[in-house]
Design a binder for this molecule. Structure first.
Ligand code: FE
Length: 178
C-alpha cells in the first residue's frame, strides 16, 4: 500500500491519466486479446452516434474516447458497499465488490475482474507511459489500466474509471422459514 501511495503521489500527468507507471507487460502494438484468446471481433457493435445517444457525455468521453476522470472525483472511488460493477456501456458484469480495495489512487481499484473473459487488455504507450489498457470484452469500452502493484492474491491493480461502471448493490437475501 505504501508503494502504491508513493506512485500515486508522483507527477500531475499520472493524476490525469491513471496513477502508476509500473504496468503489466504487453508489447506495444500487440493485438487486443483476452486470456482466453477471445478476439474483439465479436464485440457489441454500435455507431458513434448510437453510443452518444446511449451514454452521458462523461461516459462517452471515458468509454469511447479513452478519457480518464480526475482522481477522487468519480462516483465509486470510495464505495465500500457489497455488489457488482457492470459496464456502463453494455451492462456486462465486470467486477465484484469482494475484489475492490483501497489503493489510495482516487479511482475504483480491484485486484481481479469478475471473470478473466469479461475484460481485454491492450498495450498503451500514450502520455509518455508504458501501460496496459483494460477494456470491456463485450463492447470494447475503455475501462482504465492494470498495474502490477496490487495486493494478494493476484498482485494486480485494475485502476478503473467510475464513469465506465454502473454499480448494482447486492440485494439482501430474504430469510426463509416461519
Ligand atoms: Fe461493455
Amino acid at each position: 500500500m505504501k508503494l502504491t501511495l508513493t506512485i500515486c503521489a508522483l507527477g500531475g500527468a499520472a493524476l490525469l491519466t491513471g496513477c502508476g507507471s509500473s504496468s503489466v507487460a504487453v508489447a506495444p502494438g500487440a493485438p487486443i486479446i483476452t486470456t482466453t484468446n477471445q478476439t474483439m471481433n465479436d464485440r457489441l457493435a454500435r455507431t458513434d452516434e448510437e453510443w452518444k445517444k446511449a451514454l452521458t457525455p462523461e461516459q462517452y468521453r471515458v468509454l469511447r474516447e479513452k478519457g480518464t476522470e480526475r482522481a477522487f472525483t468519480g462516483e465509486y472511488w470510495n464505495t465500500k458497499d457489497k455488489g457488482v460493477y457492470r459496464c456502463a456501456g453494455c451492462g456486462e458484469e465486470l467486477f465484484v465488490s469482494d475484489t475492490k480495495f483501497d489503493s489510495g489512487c482516487g479511482w475504483p481499484s480491484f485486484y481481479a475482474p469478475k471473470d478473466s473473459k469479461v475484460v481485454a487488455e491492450s498495450g498503451d504507450n500514450s502520455h509518455f507511459m508504458k501501460r496496459t489498457e483494460v477494456l470491456c470484452s463485450k463492447c470494447g469500452g475503455h475501462l482504465g489500466h492494470v498495474f502490477d502493484d496490487g495486493p494478494k492474491p493476484t498482485s494486480l491493480r485494475y485502476c478503473i474509471n467510475s464513469a465506465s461502471l454502473k454499480f448494482e448493490a447486492k440485494k439482501e437475501e430474504k430469510k426463509s422459514g416461519p
